[in-house]
Design a binder for this molecule. Sequence first.
Ligand code: HEC
Length: 154
Amino acid sequence: MKTNQLAQVALLLWVVTVAVLVWYLMRNRTAEDTDGRAAITLHPAERQVVLSEMHGLLVAAQGIMSGASRGDKMHIMAAAHAGGMASMSQADPALMAKLPLEYKALNMNVHHEMDEIAKAAGDGRPTAELLQMASDTMAKCVACHAEWRLRTSK
Ligand code: HEC
C-alpha cells in the first residue's frame, strides 16, 4: 500500500472513530418515568456520586442564606465557593457519557454561578444582590429537578 493510501485509510478510521464517539456521547439515554420526568439510569455508585454532589449544593445554598441573614459576606463567599466548579464530580468519563448534554450544561451552569456568587461576595456586593443571584441559581435547581430523576441499574 502506498503512503498516500495509508494516509487515506488512517483518515477514514479517524473520522469513523470520532463519529462513533460523538454518537456515544450524544445519544439519548433517558427514559420517561411514571411522573413524567426523564429518568437517567446509573449504577448505584454513580448515583451516589451525583447525590453527594447534590448534598454539597444544598449545603452551599444553606450557607449562602445563613451568611446573608447575618450580612456575613465572607461566609457567603466560602459557602458559594464550596459549591463552585471545583466541586463538580463529573470527571468520570463513564458517568459523563450517561448524563444528557442538557443536564450537564445546566449542572455546570449552577456550579459556575456559585463561583460568581462567591466572587460577588468577595467584591463586597450588597447582600440583597447576592441573595438575588442565589435565588436565580436556585431556580435552576428547581428546573432540573422538575425535569430529571435518577434510576439505578444492577
Ligand atoms: C442538572 C440537574 C440538577 C441541578 C442543576 C441540580 N440538581 Fe439536585 N438533583 C438532581 C437529580 C437528577 C437528583 C436525583 C433526583 C431523583 O432521583 O429523584 C437530585 C437530587 C438532589 C437532592 C437529593 C439528594 C439525595 O440524597 O436524595 C438534593 C438535596 C439536591 N438535588 C439539591 C440540589 C440543589 C440545592 C441544587 C442547586 C443549587 C441542585 N440540586 C441542582 C439534578 C440536579
